[in-house]
Design a binder for this molecule. Structure first.
Ligand code: NAD
Length: 491
């Protein structure tokens, strides 16, 4: 068993009350690590340390170029340790090592991107409408940032928050998910090695109640960057009524993929497979509502079933595994119930729908394809966060768009067509934060990421995000040679 401690104010520590949680390896269903659980005392210590680092000491006086250099060093170290970090993430979360290693290597680019932006945060001199006044604005750090992340893609979701937060001069308390916290403590070691002053980045874990609540409602937290489910997000928004923190929300999805009759079928099938079975379906942008135009419906369905049957399920550490276990037993049960309910509601099971043969331990579930006659079916309405795709069909472009928009979510979407004009029309009409045309699940530090509707508010990645971690300060300077006028004498 590995034993992880929290990282607060540059020190490794346990909880005052000794509380710990066990982290389960989803491939075996057995505990493999334990982590110290932050209670009220540790949350307060971490936020206080972050507040101190913000106002006093080397971080407070460091210029933006120096901050950029530190972030670049962090990126270098993440790149160097990508294999090890990826492996820990795989053991802890069940996500394929192939994906965690590659994703962690790419995460370095997010830190480089924001390292480059650190000294490009500028204010303005204002053409003010008053005589003898010089007025300018500055972008100053917003304050202590509480970054709350889920268990999937956590190195990436941490980078999209810490990159801009640190570039802009803030300090951070990062709360790792209780479901798979180990990679975040490995990340904390890298932060330490990079040479960030104590208190600038603090890493804790704990359950939503009380740890997450205490952190996001703490009076000294000014900014909450949250990724997780919509129900948790409602708590976060309520918590922020205590501190009026600026909140950004990256939430779940039920993203549509539309395949038109004129699409390249091979590309579309690859996009649908990537969107549903990539990351074992545990992706916020999973394209889990697949709409196929009636003319090519049967061809696409046949290929999807054929491809699903070829998927290699296995140990997430093995290089040739294509679908691994789900992260938690609760997730496995949730998916099993939802698929059974869908069948009861009229969906036809085309593939999967059960634990794969030969996988009696661990949280494994077969890649699953459901042919759904309408959108009231549970697997069509609810986020599955597992390898479950619901397929529907449509006749006209207008019908396809209307069906795609019939969802409480609006994170990603996919459009497969060879017609450029149609691609533009449909991408305009779909209410989602991201539209991929003839591709799916591509991301970059340069491209904003985020949702509409219940998929959240705010954007991560891209240039503008840096401003979400600053506040504008306006400075008025009287340039007159005369003293300030008597306020009771009107001129
Ligand atoms: P979750 O909402 O259960 O937990 C996310 C985090 O919130 C965890 O660290 C948890 O401890 C914390 N939390 C729980 N209750 C809290 C409270 N009351 N106050 C403060 N913090 C609290 O999500 P999960 O099951 O870990 O992750 C899956 C969800 O995340 C899915 O809905 C998925 O779509 C979403 N997600 C979204 C994106 C995106 O960028 N839009 C990316 C990845 C995952």
């Amino acid at each position: 068993m590995k034993h992880y401690q929290m990282y607060i104010d540059g020190e490794w520590c346990d909880a005052a009350d000794g509380a710990r949680l066990e982290s389960i390896n989803p491939a075996s269903g057995e505990p493999w690590a334990s982590a110290a659980v932050a209670g009220a005392a540790e949350v307060d210590r971490a936020v206080t340390a972050a507040g101190r680092a913000l106002r006093e000491g080397p971080w407070a006086t460091m210029n933006a170029t120096q901050r950029g250099k530190l972030l670049r060093r962090l990126g270098d170290l993440i790149g160097e340790h990508a294999d090890r970090l990826g492996e820990v993430e795989t053991i802890d979360s069940g996500k394929l090592a192939k994906e965690t290693r590659a994703q962690t290597g790419y995460v370095a680019d997010y830190y480089y991107y924001y390292a480059g932006l650190a000294d490009k945060i500028q204010g303005a001199t204002l053409p003010i409408d008053k005589p003898d006044m010089h007025v300018f604005t500055k972008r100053v750090p917003i304050g202590v940032v509480a970054a709350v992340v889920p268990w999937n893609a956590q190195m990436f979701l941490t980078a999209t928050k810490l990159g801009p937060a640190l570039a802009a001069g803030n300090t951070v308390v990062l709360k790792a998910s209780e479901a798979a916290p180990a990679p975040m403590f490995e990340f904390a070691r890298i932060v330490e090695e990079a040479g960030f002053p104590p208190g600038v980045v603090n890493v804790i874990t704990g359950f939503g109640e009380p740890c997450g609540r205490l952190l996001t409602s703490h009076p000294d937290v000014a900014r909450v960057a949250f990724t997780g489910g919509p129900e948790t997000a409602r708590h976060i928004v309520r918590n922020s009524a205590e501190n009026f923190a600026v909140v950004s929300l990256e939430l779940g999805g039920k993203s549509p993929i539309l395949v038109f009759d004129d699409a390249d079928v091979e590309g579309a099938v690859n996009g649908i497979i990537a969107g549903n079975f990539g990351a074992t379906g545990q992706s916020c942008v999973a394209g889990s509502r697949v709409f196929i135009q009636s003319g090519i419906r049967q061809r696409v369905l046949d290929q999807l079933v054929e491809r699903a049957a070829q998927i290699r399920i296995g140990d997430p550490l093995a290089e040739d595994t294509q679908v691994g276990p789900l992260c938690t037993r609760a997730q496995l049960e949730h998916i099993g119930e939802a698929v059974d309910a869908a069948v009861g509601e009229g969906a036809q099971l085309l593939y999967g729908g059960k634990r794969p043969a030969g996988f009696d331990s661990g949280w494994y579930y077969s890649p699953t394809i459901l042919d759904c006659p309408h959108q009231d079916i549970r697997t069509v309405r609810e986020e599955m966060f597992g390898p479950v795709m619901s397929v529907l069909s449509f006749d006209s472009e207008a019908e396809g768009i209307a069906m795609a928009n019939q969802s409480d979510f609006g994170l990603g979407s996919g459009v497969f067509t060879r017609d450029v004009a149609r691609a533009l029309r449909v991408s305009d009409a779909i209410r989602s934060g991201i539209v991929w045309v003839n591709t799916y699940r591509v991301i970059s530090p340069i491209a904003p990421f985020g949702g509409f509707k219940n998929s959240g508010s705010g954007r991560e990645a891209g240039i503008d995000t840096i401003y979400d971690y600053t506040r504008t300060k306006t400075v008025w300077i009287n340039t007159s040679t005369e003293p300030m006028a008597n306020p009771f004498v009107m001129r």
